[in-house]
Design a protein around this ligand. Structure first.
Ligand code: A2P
Length: 303
């Protein structure tokens, strides 16, 4: 069975460069999707408390470990600390809730999901009477110190961040003992993040590309929004290689050294997305794909 190549983190841990995303996967669909993905060869699963489906992901992991397809050591599981648990004393309990939901004793990677905090509590999106987000004054540098502690305790092998910009990373690096192993950010041909990727590379921080396919199933998508997978320029490249647009877009990330985590709950597409190890994009096509950047961010955090 083909396996995704591994990338080395700045702490020496290795991690598959390709995994299954679970954002937007419905609880009723994700268990089967994760089991199918394991059968296809996926070993890396990207989760988060806020996706509200970690129990169902955990059920799949349990089944596949019980039936002997994989061991815990074969798997690489990421989760993320939600914004309402940034106060340092909330980090360990939040991680333990995630471990309980996933049915695991440790994570491979735990990320701060966003660089800002929301009002503490179990309301995931606290809002005021006008429907505006209520923020908290918790500082991500203090949150990070608690992340370092949970790693030290063995609750997660590695720690990292998500949605951090250059300025936030610089401040974190200036104040941390353990540097983040990855920064998980939105990356696809319409938002290639060249500058931030170069900065992270210079600091030995890997990039994990989320929404690599342009997340056509994002809840706020509007009719008429650009559709990456339908882009005729990408279709033309795909035809040249006898591959699908999704395969070309995913190979683009892997080839530029970005860890990537496409979401699918469909076995055929889960398989299709994994069949990218038997071809290479030419330098000209990589440059062409780079040129499609149009600052096309689809996941801004809006109140
Ligand atoms: P589905 O889950 O029904 O397969 P992203 O990873 O950028 O968030 O994109 C996920 C979206 O892309 C989902 O709507 C998913 O639908 C769809 N998708 C995943 N793989 C493919 C593929 N190979 N071809 C077309 N659409 C895909």
């Amino acid at each position: 069975m083909p396996q995704a190549p591994k990338i080395k983190f700045n702490n020496g841990e290795e991690f598959p460069i390709f995994g299954l995303g679970t954002w937007k996967s419905k609880p009723g669909e994700v268990t089967q999707a994760v089991m199918d993905a394991i059968d296809v060869g996926y070993r890396h699963f990207d989760c988060a408390h806020v996706y509200a489906n970690e129990k169902e992901v955990g059920a799949a992991l349990k089944k596949k470990m019980e039936d002997g397809t994989v061991t815990r050591g074969d798997l690489y599981i990421t989760s993320k600390l939600w914004n309402t648990y940034h106060k340092p004393d909330m980090v360990e309990p939040a991680l333990k809730t995630t471990l309980q939901n996933l049915g695991l004793e440790y994570l491979d990677l735990y990320l701060i999901h966003w660089p800002f905090a929301l009002k503490e509590g179990d309301e995931l999106f606290p809002v005021d009477a006008e429907g505006k987000a209520i923020f908290s004054d918790a500082d991500y540098v203090d949150t990070w110190k608690a992340m370092e502690q949970v790693q030290k305790k063995g609750l997660t092998k590695s720690i990292g961040v998500s949605n951090f910009n250059k300025r936030q990373l610089e401040r974190l690096l200036a104040n941390c003992t353990v540097p983040p192993v990855t920064n998980q950010i939105e990356v696809h041909p319409y938002l290639n993040q060249k500058k931030l990727i170069e900065f992270c590379k210079s600091k030995n921080i890997t990039i994990t590309a989320y929404s690599p396919l342009g997340s056509p199933d994002r809840p706020w998508a509007k009719p008429g929004d650009p559709q990456l997978l339908e882009d005729p320029k990408i279709k033309t490249i795909a035809e040249r290689y006898g591959k699908t647009p999704a395969q070309v877009i995913l190979k683009y990330q892997v080839q530029r050294g970005c860890i990537t985590i496409p979401k699918s709950v469909n076995k055929k597409r889960i398989q299709e997305n994994f069949e990218i190890w038997d071809f290479e994009l030419s330098q000209d096509d990589m440059t062409l794909l780079d040129s499609f950047d149009c600052n096309g961010r689809i996941c801004p955090y809006t109140e």
